[in-house]
Design a binder for this molecule. Structure first.
Ligand code: HMG
Length: 400
């Protein structure tokens, strides 16, 4: 039985900051951001958008009556959880009015949490072939204003339906994974910004890639030449490029050309959105599928997942007949093009206006309400979400 991703959708905030503009304000050379790091724009979430609203906005695009009837689990991979106890899956379950006869759970291991959810979904479908699983990977990457990590921030969600006989891409049973406890990046529970040992984290990302890639080739008797494309966890696009370079030394010249071109296609959304932690690898897959019209059914795509702390996994998927019918490239292009650019002071104000880590009531600014689902407040220490009417969620109000 084939098991894999039947459908995929994304969501990202309607606001962004231009990174050339940000570089100039920070006194940096813009080439460092656009070439050295490989990022052009960065999604900026208002405080009314969190992993629940973005996850629900992405998932709502996939929950058809047939999925509603077959759904067995709702899994959310995230490291930006909104509660230390209750899972984001339950908030989303309520917003989407999903059936109660499901398991709804949140999974955490830094950026690897989305892959953990995907693999759990795959195993579940193997035992329950008539069931489908809603997998959501959603995060807000925050390092702080004027920090080294600032240029690698971002926000967004990817939702996927995992089921038997998928129409998009299989998840092959060829995974190689590795776990070792290290301190390259973490976030204490009393703050919403991450702590990164920047250079060490990039070295560890590459060391983990090399280790799982070498073992993957050995165990599966496959080399880079067997891949039509390779996608990577993208904390920023240059990081993935360095990992790809490690896979190419023994590849045929045409393989090198093909994998480099398709890598560029896989980075287009990340360049405009930034790091979305758990969803980054799957945003890269979506970007590749949306931007490369030469891919064909039967093509093998490699996926490298890395979560700081650290867990890494390399696996592959095979594109299925008619896979391109499942894609919505034009919708995604419009979604990104219609975002509103913020000035740097406006971005800084939005970054600083956040749900506080204390028991005080808090209300997000309604001027920034966008999309179908919003956080309207935290009152009496309870989070209040709202599903907005279609005409309100489509409105694009201009701000100063
Ligand atoms: P930095 O110190 O500001 O930058 O930190 P740098 O000095 O290392 O420069 C970056 C690159 O720009 C270098 O290229 C420079 O040469 C180049 P490289 O040597 O790497 O190829 N450069 C220029 N290029 C063109 N023109 C110029 C110019 N100037 C410099 N004028 C760092 C960079 C990524 C470390 C920082 O942004 C950071 O700490 N980010 C957060 C941590 C991170 O993203 N780590 C990635 C690996 S860990 C991971 O992926 C997991 C993660 O997603 C979290 C999770 O799992 O949950 C982060």
């Amino acid at each position: 039985m084939k098991i894999g991703i039947d459908a995929i959708a994304m969501d990202t905030p309607d606001f962004y900051v231009d990174l050339v503009t940000l570089a100039k304000v920070r006194g940096d050379d813009p080439d460092k951001y656009t070439i050295g790091i490989g990022q052009d724009e960065q999604a900026v979430p208002p405080s009314s958008q969190d992993i629940v609203t973005m996850g629900a906005n992405a998932a709502s695009q996939l929950v058809t009556p047939a999925i509603r009837a077959s759904i067995g689990m709702v899994l959310v991979g995230t490291e930006s959880g909104v509660d230390a106890s209750k899972s984001a899956a339950l908030f989303i379950h309520q917003l989407l009015d999903l059936p109660e006869w499901v398991r709804a759970v949140e999974l955490k291991e830094a950026c690897y949490g989305g892959t953990a959810a995907l693999m759990m979904a795959r195993d579940y479908v193997a035992g329950h072939p008539d069931k489908s699983v809603l997998v959501i990977a959603a995060d807000i990457a925050r390092y702080g204003l004027a920090t080294a990590g600032e240029v690698t921030q971002g926000a967004g969600a990817v939702a996927m339906i995992v089921k038997a006989e998928p129409r998009l891409i299989t998840i092959e049973p060829d995974s190689v994974y590795r776990s070792t406890s290290i301190n390259d990046f973490w976030r204490p529970i009393y703050q919403d910004t991450a702590i990164a040992q920047g250079k060490y984290s990039t070295e560890q990302y590459l060391a983990f890639f090399q280790a799982v890639w070498d073992r993957y080739q050995e165990e599966n008797k496959l080399t880079a030449d067997n891949f039509a494309g390779m996608t990577f966890h993208l904390p920023y696009t240059k990081m993935g490029k360095k990992a790809l370079d490690l896979a190419l030394p023994k590849a045929e010249p045409q393989t090198v050309k093909r994998l480099k071109e398709r890598f560029d296609a896989s980075t287009r959304y990340c360049r405009r959105i930034g790091n979305i932690y758990t969803g980054s690898l799957y945003l890269g897959l979506l970007s590749l599928l949306d931007h490369d019209a030469t891919l064909q059914a039967g093509d093998r795509i490699g996926l490298f997942s890395y979560g700081s702390g650290a867990v890494a996994e390399f696996f592959s998927g095979i594109l299925q007949p008619g896979f391109s019918d499942q894609l919505q490239s034009a919708v995604h292009a419009r979604q990104l093009d219609e975002r509103q650019q913020l000035t740097v002071p406006a971005y800084e104000a939005l970054f600083s206006d956040k749900v506080p880590y204390d028991p005080e009531d808090y209300r997000p600014d309604p001027a920034y309400f966008r999309g179908q689902f919003v956080l309207t407040g935290v009152v009496g220490q309870e989070r209040l979400y709202e599903k907005r009417p279609a005409h309100a969620s489509n409105a694009t109000q201009q701000l100063d």
